[in-house]
Design a protein around this ligand. Structure first.
Ligand SMILES: [Zn+2]
Length: 410
């Protein structure tokens, strides 16, 4: 799925902002040395549409390849779980949801979010293409439709009478290459007065914070309000509220509804539009500055690790998430600099990080091997990780956070 044209507006794509070359998929963990040897690599190149200012991957890996056996079980992160629960309680109050309502979540995963609506007696329907997460969702009382969301699936659901009072799409809208079809699906399943809640990593934060590790194959789009709103508007949906969230290092939550719905637009929407224009997101300079800063940042991570190796220090990683994989691959870090990494997900333990082939162990390994430094790859969870692993101070171990800049704690 290589394209030289914008997936939103069809214009010919302009400049290349970032090019990581050929990289394996960030969420496919080789299970053996042989699988490491045969792993597939795909281009990872980010380009900018200079018509609608949508930052996007030039080549998209088909979603069927990426999401049909998904390794990321949402329920393994405490921070993410409490975020989900808070969202459910706030939504019930704000949109007056009750036992006559219907909440549909696209990319409902193992039911990490919808289970909280179920607990409040609010009917739900989950949609997810990854069959391996469905049994967990069903066990949590979350009916789940297995499939890829888009106009076809939305029409089928609509014929069955599905009309959602709330559609939730957290961290999925930026993942699906056929964005116009996906947005058509939203418009189809949304009840006339229903609301759509979309979350995605915020472009402003990514650019200003030099978070180049947000770039991986699953993230086809790097949305701003401006570029996302353009897609929704084309489908008769208007944004009525924007919130900034701290999840994923800085995310935006957009609330949208049908043009004809009675909801009024909050002042937050215009404030955000103005902020994005002021920061130059509808121009090329902001993107060029990001690319240069990212190269400097990657160099500083590499030089920290080289220095540690020269000094005879042992460094291990914490986390085996997609973000970390981009960082390690871009910086060219292998087992010569990082002995191993650990992850709480049993699904990943015993496997290897894609590309770098660094082995993944249970977190207890850190207590057994007493490394000098623990490099926190999912730096957006650094507080949670430092609390969980506070015991490394017993042997003088220290934490290293790579982004927004290399920092050592304590
Ligand atoms: Zn465009």
């Amino acid at each position: 799925m290589n394209t030289n044209t914008c997936r939103s507006c069809g214009a010919v794509l302009g400049r290349t902002v970032f090019d990581l070359g050929l990289v394996p998929l960030a969420n496919e963990y080789p299970a053996s040395e042989q699988e490491c040897e045969t792993e597939q690599r795909f281009p990872l190149k980010v380009r900018l549409c200079e018509q609608c200012w949508l930052l996007q991957l030039e080549e998209a890996v088909p979603p069927s390849r990426l999401f049909s056996d998904y390794a990321y079980f949402s329920s393994y992160s405490d921070t993410w779980m409490s975020h989900a629960k808070q969202f459910v309680h706030d939504s019930r109050e704000r949109w007056h949801l009750d036992e006559r309502s219907l909440v549909v979540e696209v990319a409902s995963n193992d039911g990490y979010l919808l289970r909280h609506f179920v607990a409040l007696g609010i009917p739900v329907l989950g949609i997810d293409p990854a069959e391996n997460v469905v049994p967990t969702a069903l066990a949590a009382g979350v009916p789940t439709e297995v499939g890829f969301f888009g106009l076809d699936l939305a029409e089928r659901l609509s014929e069955q009478g599905v009309q959602a009072d709330l559609v939730v799409a957290n961290n999925v809208f930026a993942h699906v290459p056929d964005t116009n079809d996906f947005a058509d699906g939203f418009a189809r399943v949304l009840a006339p007065e229903g609301v759509l809640s979309i979350e995605f990593p915020e472009l402003t934060t990514m650019l200003l914070g030099t978070q180049f590790d947000q770039i991986y194959h699953e993230h086809v789009f790097y949305f701003s309000l401006l570029s996302c709103e353009t897609i929704l508007r084309r489908k008769g949906l208007r944004v009525i509220d924007v919130e900034r969230l701290t999840t994923h290092g800085g995310s935006l939550r957009l609330i949208a509804c049908h043009d004809s719905a009675g909801h009024r637009e909050e002042v937050s929407v215009n404030l955000k539009r103005e902020e994005e224009l002021r920061l130059g997101l509808a121009g090329t300079d902001a993107y060029d500055a990001f690319a240069s800063a990212a190269n400097r940042r990657a160099a500083s991570v590499s030089s920290f690790l080289e220095r540690a190796a020269t000094d005879g220090k042992r460094v291990v990683g914490y986390g085996a998430a997609a973000k970390g994989n981009t960082l390690l691959n871009y910086c060219g870090i292998r087992t010569d600099f990082l002995d191993y990494t650990v992850d709480r997900s049993p699904y990943k333990q015993g496997k290897f990080l894609p590309g770098t082939h660094i082995p993944i162990f249970h977190p207890d390994r850190i207590r057994e091997t007493r490394p000098d430094y623990v490099l926190i790859l999912p730096w957006n969870f650094k507080d949670e990780v430092m609390t969980q692993m506070a015991y490394i101070s017993e042997w003088g171990g220290r934490f290293v956070v790579p982004i927004p800049e290399v920092r050592i704690y304590p």
